[in-house]
Design a protein around this ligand. Sequence first.
Ligand SMILES: NC(=O)c1ccc[n+]([C@@H]2O[C@H](COP(=O)([O-])OP(=O)(O)OC[C@H]3O[C@@H](n4cnc5c(N)ncnc54)[C@H](OP(=O)(O)O)[C@@H]3O)[C@@H](O)[C@H]2O)c1
Length: 357
Amino acid sequence: MLADLALVGFGNVGRRFATLLAERGARLRDDEDLTCRIVGISTRRHGAAWDAAGIDAPAAARAVEQGGSLGEGGGADATAALIAGLARSTADLRVVIETTTLDIRAGQPAIDHVRLALSSGCHAVTANKGPAAFAYEELSRAASASNLAFLFEGAVMDGIPIFNLVRETMPAIDVLGFRGVVNATTNHILSALEDGEAFAPALARMQAEGIAEADPSLDVDGWDAAAKTAALANVLMRAGITPHDVRRTGIGEASAAAAVRARAEGRRLRLVASAGRLPDGSIDAVVAPIALAADDLLAGLRGQANALVLSTDLLGQVAICQLEGSLTQTAYALVSDLVTIARQHRARRAAPPRRTP
Ligand SMILES: NC(=O)c1ccc[n+]([C@@H]2O[C@H](COP(=O)([O-])OP(=O)(O)OC[C@H]3O[C@@H](n4cnc5c(N)ncnc54)[C@H](OP(=O)(O)O)[C@@H]3O)[C@@H](O)[C@H]2O)c1
């Protein structure tokens, strides 16, 4: 099976996806009968590229990393042309891989990119939280109406298979709520604070190590965790919320004393993301630092570690943990979404047509 791919966004995640796809190409062919060809790339300021015969994407990644450009163009027009070109491909699968930057105000431009992919007859895979956090119902309805996929495993928790876990292994189960530690930067900072470091140097160290963003407010103010909380609640609980509906408290200078105090009391301060259903059926979603009992599974998470505990009606509490996160995990989530699409395509082809009674 041949999949033609158009990459919208070619930053850290997009470039690692391109190299990982090259590294695992033979494995995908052998195990999944899936050959992937990157035919186009668009960015905001680093130009765009198109070659229906396939781009040498690892070479393009090296060029961008060395300060080069992909070619002329870029931005919205280049992306529209890219998706139109992909839609004309005769490959078995046409997939837009969306890895642009998150805009926390409204989840754009990723939502428009996914909309355009689906309305053009292409599957959409994204690592951006925006589409699931702001427009999950609309996009998943549009995808299923056209027998297309809208997948986003890399958007939350660096690619731990949380959405796959529920979709593939928990049929007929209701997720009643969840709680987790889902932001690596704040977890790193809180781990440093409880070791006695002050907030500003701890944050500066995270930035120097490339863990925190140059503008870390998305992390420390809790926006990243709120976007993940909204995405999880929308997908797992049909919440229909946005990150702006999440009650949100970030961390700051005052967290240093709170972290040290918590540790002295045998507790651990962690930025906890959670959601549950209120008696009237509405969703209560919260991101806040909480001093957790030492034997709480979330209390033991340090540094890059992430974990999510799902409350379910039939399986009780189910936890999934990732002890280290990196670009490779996020890039792998995109690869695993591609494999999901290929498997669904093969299953659809093999299924006998439905008989009407
Ligand atoms: N980094 C991680 O570990 C991680 C983990 C999980 C999820 N994510 C999510 O994955 C996404 C990508 O992250 P990243 O670290 O790769 O970000 P990044 O390095 O900033 O790259 C973003 C890419 O998107 C492009 N872009 C931005 N706006 C665009 C537009 N309107 N049209 C076309 N291209 C556009 C940028 O182009 P220019 O290069 O020209 O600016 C750049 O190539 C984000 O949504 C992030 O939240 C990241």
